[in-house]
Design a protein around this ligand. Structure first.
Ligand code: XMP
Length: 511
């Protein structure tokens, strides 16, 4: 495996994904781990990420330079390169207040394995994003590349198998990035590709079987791809020792809960308990308009209902959930967990007295890998490609009070948005698309009469991981068709608007 040390670059996860795409398993660890920790992980290679700090700053993230003495193939990117130059004899870094950002042309200056296959003369497009730069190479390193603004854009010590790049090979804008990473992984570190989702499923099923033994497991099924993959994998590993609880909180999209439950019942002989609890949720939400209060009520009610069901399964020792790798990295980052913007509700918050141990079969995977696993274990497209759906459901897409009547209006509106996205082929291209019901009435005219009805918003975004997002430039004909259908078919809506805000500064959901 490859160990990636994270210095806080926005591209760290991208490095991990690129390595995995090459068929090599990679893990991200905070830069604060010691050389001893890294050695204990027994990696085949180490990659140092970029980062926003300056190596000369007093508050630069702590790092153990003995990592460079582990005799491992090492690739230092951007901040990692400056760290190498700063900590090795002979090297030196100049602080700078200007940042260089964007495209640059790299000239290859030395015939080193990292640049094998790159034409020595031609200018190779690379992507830069840095402030400081290296002004003297450490002893034993040659300057292997330059750009117009950066004389030392690449460093190499072929014998020690150590390389450093001022640019970012992991971003798509760096033309030969993939070749450079492959040279590092396969030629320099001598790795062979073996990390595939098929091998992941095989190893994970065996591990789950062993871990659970004769005990039983409960899991909360939400209908989304993550929890469905967890349930089906566990079912394959331990069969009837798995119990799936589906809490229908009445805040689901039209037909959503039943659809997934029906599919699972039909194709897998699962213990599936479908709990209809919508009345309880709606009663408790009555009169509540504050978004955080809504989330809290839904979160605690979910736990209460889930706990009551789980109590009927006294043999259960484990709770399985669909935690993904980005959540794990976030909570282990050297910066610490980020500020709570919205209190996300998931089963991680189950009360301690339930005494269930966690099983998280997907905690090493990115979302795109989960989708590949879903295909690997035979799930259908409608589950694999389902857009993310928040735990609090439609309650946070109805701005203001949640009532059965408003839920019905939103369900019908949302159904049209989903249908139009699917029919036009856009559903698969976007991260998420949905409708929001606003607490606002406006005047309209229908036939000869004046109407005074609700406004619905359409939100469709592109994103890689939901951390940042941009609104999707949908064709205006598609927007027109959504709008026409909504206003004509949904009683109670006479106006439709399209949300053109990016995240940040907005969020994907409206509450
Ligand atoms: P925001 O609105 O924070 O959403 O930009 C980011 C992503 O997370 C989803 N989301 C949630 N998912 N429980 C969840 O399981 C929640 O409480 C929750 N709130 C937002 C949202 O749909 C988007 O994909």
């Amino acid at each position: 495996k490859v160990v990636i040390l994270d210095f806080g670059s926005q591209y760290t996860q991208l490095i991990a994904r690129r390595v995995r795409e090459a068929g090599v398993y990679s893990e991200i660890h905070p830069c604060t781990v010691t050389a001893k920790d890294v050695a204990a992980m027994a990696p085949s290679a180490v990659i140092l990420s970029g980062g926003p700090s300056s190596v000369t700053d007093a508050d630069a993230p702590p790092f153990d330079p003995a990592v460079f003495d582990l005799n491992l193939p090492t690739l230092c990117i951007c901040y990692g390169m400056q760290l190498l130059a700063h900590s090795q004899p002979g090297g030196s870094v100049a602080a700078s207040t200007d940042r260089e950002y964007g495209r640059a042309e790299l000239s290859v200056l030395a015939d080193v394995p990292l640049f094998a296959g790159l034409d020595a003369k031609a200018g190779h497009t690379v992507w830069m994003s840095h402030g400081d730069k290296v002004i003297a190479p450490p002893d034993g390193f040659v300057v292997a590349g330059r750009t117009k603004n950066v004389e030392i854009a690449a460093l190499a010590n072929v014998e020690r198998r150590m390389y450093a790049l001022q640019f970012h090979p992991e971003v798509a804008h760096t033309d030969d990035g993939e070749r450079i990473l492959h040279n590092f992984l396969f030629t320099i570190a001598g790795l062979t590709p073996g990390w595939t989702m098929a091998s992941f499923v095989e190893t994970e099923l065996a591990a789950l079987k062993k871990q659970v033994g004769d005990d039983e497991v409960v899991c909360a099924l939400s209908g989304g791809v993550d929890s469905t993959v967890v349930a089906v994998m566990l079912h394959k590993a331990i069969g009837k020792k798995l119990h799936c609880i589906f809490v229908d909180n009445g805040l689901l999209r039209l037909g959503e809960g039943e659809e997934v439950a029906a599919y699972l019942r039909e194709h897998f002989d699962l213990n599936l308990y479908y709990i209809k609890a919508s009345k309880l949720f709606l009663d408790r939400l009555a009169g509540v308009t504050d978004p955080e209060k809504k989330r809290k009520i839904i979160g605690t009610t979910f736990i209460e209902v889930f706990e009551a069901e789980a109590a009927k399964l006294p043999k259960a020792k484990y709770l399985a959930q669909g935690t993904l790798y980005p959540d794990v990295i976030e909570s282990e980052s050297f910066r610490g967990p980020s500020a709570v913007i919205k209190s996300h509700h998931n089963v991680g918050g189950l009360p301690e007295h339930m005494k269930l141990q966690l099983i998280e079969p997907l905690r090493e995977l990115f979302k795109d890998e989960v989708r590949k696993v879903a295909a690997e274990i035979g799930l259908p497209d409608f589950i694999i490609w389902r857009h993310p759906f928040p735990g609090p459901g439609l309650a946070i897409r109805i701005i203001g009070e949640v009532t059965e009547e408003r839920l019905e209006i939103l369900r019908r509106t949302d159904k049209i948005v989903q249908g139009e996205l699917a029919a036009s082929g856009w559903y698969r291209k976007v991260w998420q698309g949905f409708a929001v019901l606003l607490p606002l009435k406006t005047v309209g005219v229908m036939g000869d009469g004046r109407t005074y009805e609700n406004v619905a918003a359409i939100r469709v975004v592109d994103s890689l991981d939901a951390m940042t997002a941009d609104w999707t430039r949908l064709p205006s004909e598609l927007l027109a068709s959504m709008s026409n259908r909504i206003i004509n078919e949904v009683k109670g809506v006479n106006r439709v608007v399209f949300d053109v805000s990016s995240k940040p500064p907005s969020t994907i959901e409206w509450e």
